[in-house]
Design a protein around this ligand. Structure first.
Ligand code: GAR
Length: 182
């Protein structure tokens, strides 16, 4: 199976995917922020990468088609994808989101959870459809919110949970694609 990854930021989930997948499985990482951490990680790990603006969706689709990817993982991709993009890879795009969906869709969701008075939050891996953070849920991980948490401490706890659940979710989706039940 060939995986494509899309990133806008630091790329810690991207690095974790590369380190937990089979060798050479991640064939291309596309980032929309020029000198983001994900790019530096790709260079360090020897993963082909390309900087493409998020508006240039057709170019992103072409790159992934040429790379023959079977599955695309949004690992900190901070832009909404158009129906054109989503329909170019039906049931083959998944996203990691730092909340227990359907709670807290969109941006700044860790702040929202922290200010909510909730006792728990977490992260969700889901299929990407045309509605924001609303596709079918593949798996979730739960973490506690402590009274003295800051955005930084809670972000760290959520991200450690993300590193646990995303590789398993990828394996699950790959298996479904292989047996043709997607
Ligand atoms: C992750 O926490 C991911 O859940 C979040 O961006 C972070 C990227 O961190 N994604 C979203 O908020 C998508 N709406 P990373 O670049 O270090 O992997």
């Amino acid at each position: 199976m060939k995986l494509g990854v899309m990133c806008s930021g630091n790329g810690t989930n991207f690095e974790n995917i590369v380190r937990t997948c089979y060798q050479d499985e991640v064939v291309l990482m596309i980032h929309n922020i020029k000198d983001c951490g994900a790019r530096k990680r790709a260079c360090k790990l020897g993963i082909p990468c390309a900087h493409i603006k998020s508006k240039e969706e057709q170019q992103i689709v072409n790159e992934f088609k040429w790379a023959n990817v079977d599955l695309i993982v949004l690992a900190g991709w901070m832009k909404i994808l158009t129906p054109y993009f989503i329909n170019s890879f039906p049931n083959k795009i998944i996203n990691i989101h730092p909340s227990l969906l359907p709670k807290y869709k969109g941006l700044n969701v860790i702040e929202k959870a922290l200010n909510s008075g909730d006792e728990f939050t977490g992260c969700t891996v889901h299929y990407v459809n045309e509605d924001l953070d609303s596709g079918e849920i593949i798996c979730q991980g739960k973490v506690p919110i402590y009274r003295d948490d800051t955005v930084d401490t809670l972000t760290r706890r959520i991200q450690l949970k993300e590193y646990c659940i995303l590789p398993g979710a990828i394996e699950h989706v790959k298996h479904k694609l292989q047996v043709g039940t997607n």
